[in-house]
Design a protein around this ligand. Structure first.
Ligand SMILES: *Cc1c(COP(=O)(O)O)cnc(C)c1O
Length: 271
């Protein structure tokens, strides 16, 4: 089936509908999880800038991208720079250390959600410090809650130590919370999503071990198919793409990323 790309008007309509659904889910949260007003991150990967500008004009401020090159291009796009002055970019993809310098100085970078090792944290910290902005860059620790091989993220057991490292050793970074992608296609009728539960448990551990309160550790979990469920389980940062911007063709990696993946696949085959 060929899906027509969405128009600006359709994107705005979908955005409003997602915002309504967020409000409804907030009402269903238990009291102890109603600490945050959930932040909607509109995931615009592979989508043209016209749709980003349309969502921005409708009031959306937080946008997520997960390919380095695409984020660099969009964040520096003259039209986006002019029309979206308060845009807040979230980097939500796997970040290689040799690409850190490409994203940390882009205009409007608000958060890197995918820090999963001390080495990566150190690299971002050092390079961000060298820019001399004098502020802190928000970062989240990505946790591989589903334990799937090949998925990025530290283990839930490693998360407290990594958060501690960021808090104590990375003076240019602001530890913002925990992020998880989780398994795709979980059937919500089976009960609480184990990935969401795992990230919540992880927060408990982080808070205990570091002496933080729950309100100091946000949770980034939930995407188009499950953001309502995620909010009801305490998510404060949901990352929604296709429900706002329409479907993406499957597995459309940009050429360099596709090539890297092909090389990795060959390596795996040879092992
Ligand atoms: C693409 C992506 C999303 C959004 O996924 P949808 O199912 O389109 O909402 C969220 N988080 C991450 C890390 C992504 O790569």
């Amino acid at each position: 089936m060929i899906r027509r790309a969405m128009s600006e008007a359709e994107v705005v309509k979908c955005l409003r509908s997602v915002l309504d659904r967020i409000q409804e889910s907030c009402k269903k949260r238990p009291q102890e999880l109603s600490i945050f007003e959930p932040r909607l991150v509109a995931v615009s990967k592979t989508k043209p800038k016209d749709l980003i500008i349309a969502a921005y004009d409708a009031g959306q401020r937080n946008f997520g991208e997960n390919y380095v090159q695409e984020l660099v291009e969009k964040a520096n796009d003259p039209e986006i720079l002019e029309k979206c002055r308060e845009i807040r970019w979230h980097f939500i993809g796997h970040l290689q250390r040799n690409k850190v310098n490409k994203i940390i100085n882009i205009p409007g970078l608000y958060m890197v959600e995918t820090v999963d090792s001390e080495k990566l944290a150190n690299s971002i910290n050092d390079q961000y410090g060298k820019l001399g902005y004098g502020d802190l860059l928000n970062v989240m620790v990505q946790v591989n809650t589903s334990g799937e091989e090949g998925k990025s993220g530290c283990t839930p057991q490693e998360a407290p130590a990594l958060a501690k490292h960021i808090l104590e050793k990375c003076k240019h970074l602001n530890f913002f919370g925990l992020m998880s992608i989780g398994i795709f296609g979980y059937d919500n009728s089976l009960g609480p999503n184990p990935d969401f539960q795992s990230l919540r448990n992880c927060r408990e551990k982080v808070c205990q071990e570091l002496g933080l309160t729950v309100s100091q550790v946000e949770l980034s979990m939930g995407m188009s198919d499950d953001f309502e469920h995620a909010i009801e389980m305490g998510s404060s940062n949901i990352r929604v793409g296709s429900s706002i911007f329409g479907h993406r063709p499957p597995k459309e990696l940009p050429p360099t990323e596709a090539l890297c993946k092909a090389v990795e696949d060959v390596k795996l085959d040879n092992n």
